[in-house]
Design a protein around this ligand. Structure first.
Ligand code: ADP
Ligand code: ASP
Ligand code: MG
Length: 467
């Protein structure tokens, strides 16, 4: 088989884990052509994000201090995961030279006193650049031929939307195949940085936080692989986040559309953007646990399996959101208010997660990311209140969204009623409800303090757990 194996930061953040990853690759490399995608060690991209935010104020001394910890983390994992002295020395030399480059970029930002989206992306890409060097070294250490690549070097070309760049798919697919296919045919394993790519003029871009999964399916599409494996720290896509509810169960099969609904609504084990290249090229994606590779996993493919009697497959919790309510008697029967809201938000690039309008038309409620709240209220006040389209705008920033997903919900009656009853029995008030026209998902908004209790109640109501 031809496989992409993507290892997340949680699968690589210790020498033991790096050795475990190289063993997995060795075990599968006899009968398969493997390409690896590696993320930054967990926590590293957050640290780089922090450094990039502070870098215009950070003096050379603070930068040096922060980078010392950074160097220690990467060198100690390399030293402990690679035995061969010569390979180890090569890896350490490479790491130091990459970190020196990072230091120059950070000092440059400090000297200019300004961080641009372009320099931010360049800084964020360093985490992945370091892990591919470590993983390649660890593979060579156990006798595997491997070669490290950046996303840019492997041919992933994007537009200039720094922070959330869009790959130019046809040229990207062609280049990847031209560059990697000859190596695969020779039995060499490419180890590619997740998350980062470059514009046509060679400036580094990133694909959005968590975007290494996207890199994996882009490579999968370009190389027409049999499967893309997303290797992470849990047993596949589960009925809910196992970090919230220990009773969560692995969902063995999902269609692309179900997986998309789940990931958009917070199932972090896969990035939502990763689904499109897989779906368009009909490539199956498996979500696996790196530490339990033969244990339960999830297969995402074209098939939609609805188990008899199963209505809802998963329940997700989305935090860091806020609800905006727009109201006023003047809105009744007046066309175009919702359009006005969409237009205002689109101009400000504010993403709307949920929208619902009451039948009386006297109220529209929207859910957006919390960091957009101030801007959203200010611009709505200007565009709606000042022109008399509405006479009340208020916001709640202590809420969360709970999304229930499953193909079995389509056409099945009483799902919303069961959701309401389950949470009402726990004396939790539902502030807003919306159902997408796909009927694959029902979302509700509740106060943040009761969100985990509400997730547990719904998980239980629809028998999603193991017990
Ligand atoms: P990686 O470092 O491998 O990219 P992530 O932290 O990005 O890992 O994603 C894995 C995490 O996703 C899990 O540890 C889990 O807490 C979280 N998660 C949230 N919802 C779900 C879900 N429904 N199924 C599986 N994992 C989930
Ligand atoms: N390292 C990047 C991030 O933390 C990409 C990823 O992990 O997928 O967002
Ligand atoms: Mg991830």
């Amino acid at each position: 088989m031809k496989i992409i194996m993507k290892f997340g930061g949680t699968s690589l953040n210790s020498a033991d884990k790096v050795r475990n990853v190289s063993r997995i690759v060795k075990d599968h490399s006899q009968n398969n052509q493997i390409t690896i995608v590696a993320s930054a060690l967990s926590g590293v991209t957050n640290l780089l994000e922090k450094l990039s935010k502070q870098s215009k104020h950070n003096s050379k001394k603070i930068i040096a201090n922060e980078l010392e910890k950074f160097t220690k983390l990467h060198t100690s994992i390399s030293k402990d995961s690679i035995k061969d002295q010569k390979i180890k020395e090569g890896v350490l030399k490479n790491i130091l030279s990459i970190i020196n480059e990072l230091k120059s970029v950070l000092e440059g930002v400090y000297a200019i006193g300004e961080i641009t989206p372009r320099s931010r992306d360049k800084i964020l890409s360093f985490g992945e650049r370091l892990t591919v060097i470590i993983v390649t070294g660890a593979l060579k250490d156990i006798g595997i031929s491997a070669e490290p690549f950046t996303g840019a070097k492997v041919g992933i070309v994007t537009d200039e939307k720094y922070g959330e760049a869009n790959p130019l798919m046809s040229i990207t697919k062609m280049r990847i195949s031209e560059i990697l296919q000859p190596l695969l045919s020779k039995g060499i394993i490419p180890v590619v940085t997740g998350f980062m790519a470059a514009t046509q003029t060679g400036d580094i871009t990133t694909l959005g936080r968590g975007g290494s999964d996207f890199t994996a399916t882009i490579l999968g599409a370009a190389l027409s692989v049999d499967e893309v494996w997303i290797c992470t720290d849990v047993n596949g896509m589960m009925t809910t986040d196992p970090k919230i509810i220990s009773d969560a169960r692995t969902i063995s099969q999902l269609s692309y559309s179900e997986a998309l609904e789940m990931t958009v609504f917070g199932a972090k084990a896969l990035h939502p953007r990763a689904i499109e290249p897989a779906q368009e090229n009909k490539i199956s994606v498996r979500i696996k646990n790196t530490l339990d590779l033969t244990g339960p996993d999830t297969l995402i493919s074209n098939d939609q399996s609805i188990i008899k009697g199963e209505i809802a497959k998963s329940v997700a919790l989305i935090k860091d959101v806020a609800m905006v309510n727009i109201g006023g008697a003047g809105m009744v029967g007046k066309p175009g208010i919702a359009a006005k809201v969409f237009e205002t938000f689109a101009k400000e690039e504010i993403n709307i997660l949920m929208i619902s309008q009451s039948v009386s038309e006297a109220n529209i409620s929207l859910v957006i990311h919390k960091h957009n709240l101030e801007n959203a209220v200010n611009t709505l006040e200007l565009s709606l209140l000042s022109r008399g389209f509405a006479n009340r705008i208020n916001a709640e920033d202590d809420v969360c969204v709970i999304a229930i997903v499953g193909a079995g919900m389509k056409g099945s009656q009483g799902v919303a009623a069961r959701v309401f009853k389950a949470v009402a029995d726990k004396r939790i008030n539902v502030r807003m409800i919306a159902q997408g026209s796909s009927e694959l998902n029902i979302s509700i908004v509740v106060k943040e303090k009761s969100c985990e209790k509400a997730v547990m109640a719904i998980h239980k109501e629809f028998d999603m757990g193991k017990s």
